[in-house]
Design a protein around this ligand. Sequence first.
Ligand code: SDX
Length: 444
Amino acid sequence: MTADTKTAPAGDAAEKTFTFTNDQTGESWQFPVVEGTVGPPTIDIRQLYQQTGHFTLDPAFTATGSCKSRLTFIDGDEGILMHRGYSIEDLTDKSSFLEVSYLLLYGDLPSKKQLDEFIRSITYHTMVHEQIHYFFRGFRRDAHPMAIMCGVVGALSAFYHDSLDIWDPQQREISAHRLLAKMPTLAAMAYKYSIGQPFMFPRNDLDYAENFLYMCFGVPAEPFEVNPVHARAMDKIFILHADHEQNASTSTVRLAGSSQANPFACIASGIASLWGPAHGGANQAVLEMLAEIGHKDNIPEFIERAKDKDDPFRLMGFGHRVYKNYDPRAQVLRESAHEVLHDLGIDNDPTLELAMELEKIALEDPYFVDRKLFPNVDFYSGIILKALGFPDTMFTVLFAMARTIGWISQWKEMIEEPALKIGRPRQLYTGPAARPYVPIDERK
Ligand code: SDX
C-alpha cells in the first residue's frame, strides 16, 4: 500500500487529503489530513476499516494520535514543552504550581481575583474524611507508598458521592478541586505512616508546597518552619511534572474515563500506570542505579551494560519516546539541584557529582548520541527530592501528586468533548485458526 498527500484543487475548500493505494488491487482511498495549531499534521483514519477493510497496527502507539487536545504541546526534536501556549521555562520561572493548575484546568492564566478564589477553594479542600485514616491502618508499615496511593485514591469515590456525576459540570469541577487539594494530604499521610509518625493535619495559612512539606516533615511536638528555598524548589518540581501530553498514565486515565468511570477511579488508574520504572517509577530507579554504580570509576562498566542487548540494565532517567533532544524539564531540574544542594550547604553532593559525570560520559558515547538518548525529567528530580529529605520510595508519589492536575484536566477535556466515545482499540490476531475441542482422554 502506498500513500501520498494531495491538496484539493484550487477553488475547493483547501482540504488536504492523504491517498492510500492498494498496490495489489490498484484501489485508492482518500482520508482527510487534519492539522493543529503547531506540530505534525495527522491523517484522520476513522473510516479506514469501513473503506479499506484494514486496521492499522501500531503497538505502543509510536505514530498514533489518540485525541485532539489544547493542554500541552511537546516538540521532541526541539526540546519544547508548553502548556496552553506558555513555555515550561516561563512557567517554572514566573508562575506557581496552583496558577499552572488553573491554566491547565481552565485554559488561561487567571486574574488575581480568579487565582485567589481558586487557591481558597483548593486550600479548603485539603482535609480528608476522618474515616480515610482507617484505610492506612490496613497496610503494613513497609507497604510501598504508591501501593497505598493506588488504594486510597480509588477509595475516594466511596466518600464523595456528591461529585460522581461526570455529566454535571459543577460536580466535575468539585472532583478536580478535591483531587488537586487532597493528593498532598494523602501523600504526606502515606509517608508518615511508613515512618510510624502521626499524620499532620493540613494548615490553611501555608501555600500548596509549604503545606506539603509541613505535613511531611512537621511533628506535633514542636513548631515547624518551612524553608522557603525548599518550598520554591518543591513548587517548581510540581510545575515540571504537571502534564505531559498523552503519556502512558494520561492515556490510561483517558481510556478509563472513556468508559464513564468516576474521576477518582480514573486517577487511581493513572497512579497505577505511572508506577512502572519505564515511566514515573524511573526517578526512584535512577537513585537505585546511582547507588549501584557507587563510584565514577564504575561508570564505563554500566555504560557498556546499558548498551548490551542481552543485559536488561538500562540507563534509568535516560531516553524518551518523544524527546530526541534534552528534556527541557531536566535542564531546569539540573539547575534546581545545584540551588537546593547549595542552600543545604552540600556543594559537592557525591550523588549529584556521579549523575553529572554519568551524563557527561553517556552524552559523549555514540550509542546514546546516535539514539538521541538524553537525560529526562526523572534523571535529576530524585537527587533534589533526596536532598529535601524524601526517601526514594516517595519520589513517584510526588510525581503522581503533581501529575494529578494534568490527568484531571485531560479527563475533563475529554468528557467535555461532544459525543464521548468509549476507547476500544482492535488488534492483529496471530493465534491458532479455528479447531475442534479435544476431550482430555484423547489428548497426548
Ligand atoms: C517518563 O511519555 C512521557 O512523556 C513520559 C514522561 C512524562 O512526563 O509523563 O516524560 C515521564 O516516563 C520519562 C521516561 C522515564 N523512563 C526512564 O528513564 C526509563 C529508561 N528509559 C527507557 O526505558 C526508554 O528510553 C523509554 C521507555 C523512556 C522510551 O522508550 P522507547 O521510546 O520505547 O524507546 P526504545 O525502547 O524503542 O529505545 C530505542 C533504542 C533501543 O535501542 P535499539 O533497539 O535501537 O538498539 O534506544 C535504546 C533501546 O535499547 N534505549 C536505551 C535506553 N532507552 C532507550 N538504552 C539504554 N538505556 C536507556 N535508558
